[in-house]
Structures are given as structure tokens and as C-alpha cells.
Design a protein around this ligand. Sequence first.
Ligand SMILES: *Cc1c(COP(=O)(O)O)cnc(C)c1O
Length: 361
Amino acid sequence: MKSITSATIDCSALRHNVHVLRKMAPHSRVMAVVKANAYGHGLIPVTRALAGVDAFAVARLEEGVSLRNAGIILPVVLLEGVLDAEQLEAAEKFNFELVVHTHEQVELLSAVSTGFQFRIWLKLDSGMNRLGFKSLDFGRAIKALQHNPNVRQPVALFTHMASADLPDRAATLAQLAVFAEASRTLSGERCIENSAAILGYPEGLTEWIRPGLLLYGVSPLTGSTGADFGLKAVMTLRSTLIAVKDVLPGETVGYGGAWTAKRNTRLAIAAIGYGDGYPRALASGTPVLVNGERAVLAGRVSMDMIGIDVTDVTSRAKLGDPVILWGTDLPVEEIAVWADTIPYELLCGISQRVAVDVSEP
Ligand SMILES: *Cc1c(COP(=O)(O)O)cnc(C)c1O
């Protein structure tokens, strides 16, 4: 039985996007970021399709455990590291690599006696002021880890760019300079660049890149789409028309009567709403595809349904016809602008109720 509301995941597009990334950064290995259920695309199918990358990165321990339980044997990096001895023990058991960003983590690593050597990504706070050591403390942390028998040498080096998606380059160039200075005398492999930095700052490419959004075929830069960089959208969010009716001029549609027909209107109802992750913030006028043709949202998004003005759709819309909310031929970047958010949030927001159809393993 076919689901009337689904997210289809195109695995060949995923592999195509890795190929594009490898061309953008020919001398870098790829740490594929698959946190938050692979940006809403499904952690396990995505990581299986991405078997050709060099490592995976997740935010939290539980996400890494899911990967190991699914039989994934590639390196897995925990971007937030571990919080306590219990998590460190689990990290050893599952052979995770750890970002280290606090003195407490440095101390935890010296308090254990395991015979295991952790691979560590020591994180510099080069200006984002989220996780990481400031330059002055970075040197001390490195020294402590260099003398720790539980740590594989040399320690790898890590930082994160806060503003690489913005037109103003000053903040990112300053961050790159802070990292270059703090790591000048160190020999470990480096990992700096997220998707936006990969696109805008080839001068900051190092042994490793750390893309998330680009893997999924989506651009982090406002005003552009993944296709502008040769990428293919991996997720297409689909639904189906479950009612079609005529609405007279002056009649309103949906909760609050927020949309009023200005003409004789052909109105279609599709089975998708904010309960699926299609945001209520989307206003009347947001584009949707009905039978592959552009139509527009009419009225408020409900939990399970939306109204669509299909008056101008030439292939007379009828029950059972396909609707695309974003993906193939309708960039999620464009919908994000309508929702006053970023594509990341739309992709991650896909809810449990949406069936995930994977094109091929
Ligand atoms: C999420 C995340 C990334 C990936 O960011 P994109 O913009 O999706 O490429 C990279 N590094 C860190 C530390 C992250 O948290």
C-alpha cells in the first residue's frame, strides 16, 4: 500500500553529492554529518548509502550507538564529545572518536585506565563562542592530551565556523586566522569546514571536511540552491489530494478564515500539515506542485491538511493526484524563505508520521 504522505530519499543523489564534494575538496577526506536523523532523511538508510565516505559525525552518543547497532563500522565522531565516565565507557565500547572541548573532558580521559587509545579531535573556539577552548587554553589542553596514554597521537585539530554563509567575509577570515595561529606548531590532522565554508573558503580546506547540508543536495547560502553547485536534492516531500471543490468569490478557507477567494476558485485539499513537519508559518501564496505544476497554498496550514488554489493548474486537479511540497523541481531553499527559516529546520522537522521511502539501498 502506498503512503499518501511520504518523504522519498534518493540514494543516487546522495552519492552524486559526495562525488561533487570530493571534486570541491580533492585533497580532503569527508566526515559526513548525519546528526538529527541525517537531517530528517533517515539515519540508517542515509549512512548505508554513504558507505563511500571516510567517517560519520553525530552530535550525541545515542546517535552513534544507533549507527553501530545497524552494523556501521566506519569511524564515528561525537561532535559534543562525552559528558561523564559512563559515556566515556560507552564511547570505548562502541569505538567512537571524540571531540574534546572542555577541561572536564581532558580530565575524564586521564582518569581512566583502559588500554584503549581514543582518537581525539581537540576543538578550538576560534570565535563562535559555543564549544571549544580559547586559544590560551588550547595549548594547555594539547599538552595534557599529548602526555595521556589513553589518547592516540597526534591529537587531531578541530574548529567550527559561525558565519561562513554570510556575504561579509571578515568574521570567517578572522576565525581561520585564529585557528591557523593556534595550530601552527601542531602536526595533527585538521577539520574545519562545514558546508558554507566549503563553498566559500577553499583557502581553509584541510585534511578533512565536515559537510552536512550539501550532502543532502541543499545550499546553506541564501539566494542559491544546491543545483547552483551541481548538487541534487535528496529528499522530496510528497502528499496526495484528498478533496477538490469549488469556492465562490468572498468565501474563506480554513482556520480563522485567513484566506478569501477573490474569484471562482478550484480548491484542492492535500493530506499534509504541521503534524508532518510542514510548518504552520507558511503563508498563503507559498508554492506547491500539483501534478508537477506550480500552485499556491490557500489558507492556514492545519495539523493534517492544507488548502491549495489549483484554479490555474491546467491538468484539472482531481482526487489522488500527487503533490510535492519540496524537493524535485521545488527547492526546499525557496520554501524556507516563505517559512522565514532555513532549509535545515524544514528538513530536520519531518515528523514520525511521514513514511520514508528510500529509492534503493
Ligand atoms: C552540524 C555541524 C556541521 C555540518 O554543518 P552543515 O552546515 O550542515 O554543513 C559541521 N560541524 C559541526 C560542529 C556541526 O555541528
